[in-house]
Write a protein that binds this ligand. Structure first.
Ligand code: FES
Length: 359
């Protein structure tokens, strides 16, 4: 889809984000691909005289999805995130606009949490209640009790010898090594790990962590669907050798640009994860235009400072904090540090952090 916008070979950008829509099973839809329709995201016949034709789509089940509004998607009629790299850049928001100046700062915390709109919150793990088992301490940061539908996020800290053996039942699990160096043993197979690595554990496999001498391993665990840690007497002998690669490292060559931001996918379906996707990214000093996602997300702030905004609340965030973002929650993450912020995000269920919408 490229060419001269004046001769009908380039689509017009109708909307710079996806259009949220609730499909009905058996209904047919005619998606506008030229961008000229006045009935977005659907065709009103305005493509006549251009090189474009509307795309027919029949829903096989009741569902909700995002139709592409920018008409640059490669997976029409659906949004594939191409709108984040349109000419003219990604839409930003002015934190000093009159509307934004009226947004209240949540200064009070409920324990470790600052509550925003919906069930969105910012949690400081250093203030969270920790439980100890042997040489392992752990704290639940995201779970059903705190508003999550799909995931549990737990912070583990281990030093001085092998940790107790942990099971996760039939859940998919992704780890992020927040600090330290050591080994992650997955159902008997050991992998060296270090800060910023992502690690994938298949359902029913066991985990044992061991920090190198003098190190403390700080590990964020994200399990889907949600559930509690299980303590195993012995390491299960069920490493899935059909999926040998389990550790993904940061690699600048693998970055995807997203306007002025960029991200690198760490663990996702390429190494077997079916419902969870983990990425590491950078946000330059800026405030993204408010938007929503169809997935649930947990974001760990790795460096820098900023602000998490929802409809009429905002909370400061800094390195070490974790943000829980429910599905469909309007939000905008602003980096205020001169060097921006580095973050790790885990989306669930989902596989593309560029896909979003605004209505
Ligand atoms: S709106 Fe076109 S790719 Fe998202």
């Amino acid at each position: 889809m490229s060419g001269d916008p004046l001769n009908g070979t380039t689509p017009e950008i109708a909307h710079r984000k996806g259009f949220y829509f609730e499909l009905k099973a058996g209904e047919r839809y005619l998606w506008c691909s030229c961008g000229r329709s006045k009935q977005q995201p659907f065709c009103d016949g305005s493509h006549k005289g251009t090189d474009f034709s509307p795309l027919k789509f029949k829903a096989t089940r009741d569902d909700e999805l995002l139709f592409c509004g920018c008409k640059n998607t490669l997976t029409g009629p659906f949004c594939d995130g191409a709108h984040t790299n349109l000419p003219g850049g990604s839409p930003l928001d002015d934190p000093e606009s009159p509307e934004n100046r009226a947004v209240a700062l949540v200064a009070d915390r409920n324990g470790p949490r600052a509550h925003l709109n919906g069930s969105c919150y910012v949690i400081s793990p250093r203030l969270a209640e920790k439980t100890t088992r042997g040489n392992l301490s752990y704290a639940y940061l995201v779970n059903a009790e705190l508003g999550s539908l799909y995931q549990t996020q737990i912070l583990l800290e281990v030093s001085g010898g092998p940790s107790p053996i942990i099971g996760f039942g039939e859940r998919e699990v992704i780890l992020f090594i927040g600090a330290g160096k050591g080994n992650a043993t997955i159902s008997g197979k050991s992998f060296p790990v270090q800060t910023t690595d992502g690690v994938y554990i298949r359902p029913s496999e066991g985990l044992q962590l061991e920090a190198d001498p003098g190190e403390t391993l700080r590990v964020f665990v994200l399990a889907c669907p949600f559930g509690e840690l299980e303590w195993l007497e012995q390491m299960p002998d069920n490493f899935d050798s059909g999926q040998e690669q389990r550790v993904v490292c940061v690699d600048a060559e693998q970055r995807t640009e997203m306007g002025p931001r960029y991200f690198q996918i760490l663990v996702d379906k390429r190494i077997g994860s079916r419902v969870i996707t983990q990425f590491i990214g950078h946000i330059p000093p800026s405030k993204a235009a408010p938007h929503r996602h169809l997935y649930e997300e947990a974001i760990i702030i790795l460096s820098g400072e900023g602000c998490m905004w929802t409809e009429d609340r905002k909370a400061k965030v800094a390195a070490g904090d974790v943000i829980f973002l429910p599905r469909k929650q309007l939000h905008s993450l602003e980096a205020t540090s001169a060097d921006g912020m580095d973050v790790v995000g885990v989306i669930c269920p989902g596989d593309n952090p560029s896909i979003n919408y605004y209505d």
